[in-house]
Ligand binder design. Structure first.
Ligand SMILES: [Zn+2]
Length: 130
């Protein structure tokens, strides 16, 4: 049986529906399960992949993406955003002597920020903005 690819608009509306009922969906896997379940009600051959769902949900302005974080003990150099995998920029600040120092990272794409004792997100939490 052929798989039907649901449109981005349909997927977005299903995500909004789910979140308005549940308020918070803890993980992307859980969201994936719920979205697929909902899509199958509309057409049995609909299916969405983890990566496509992630791309769509991260770009929905009405959804706030929070991340459960754990402290990363080692300072590591970030080359890519841990949330959206785009290139990440370094943030510089000034220390007490007016010297420019590297203080953290910021993603210009999804808004992820981290200081140098940065935390790595482990799980996403999706919240529908009011
Ligand atoms: Zn990002």
């Amino acid at each position: 049986m052929a798989v039907k690819i649901p449109s981005k608009k349909l997927v977005s509306s299903v995500i909004s529906d789910i979140l308005s009922k549940r308020k918070v969906v803890i993980t992307l896997n859980e969201l994936l399960y719920l979205v697929n379940k909902e899509l199958k009600k509309q057409s049995f051959s609909y299916s969405i992949s983890f990566n496509r769902l992630k791309k769509i949900v991260l770009l929905m302005p009405e959804i706030e993406v929070k991340t459960k974080k754990r402290l990363d003990r080692k300072r590591r150099t970030l080359k890519e955003c841990p949330v959206c995998r785009k290139e990440i920029k370094k943030i510089f600040g000034k220390n007490v002597f007016g010297k420019r120092i590297h203080v953290g990272y910021r993603c210009g794409y999804c808004g992820y920020r981290a200081d140098l004792n940065h935390t790595i997100p482990r799980e996403y939490i999706f919240v529908l903005r009011k």
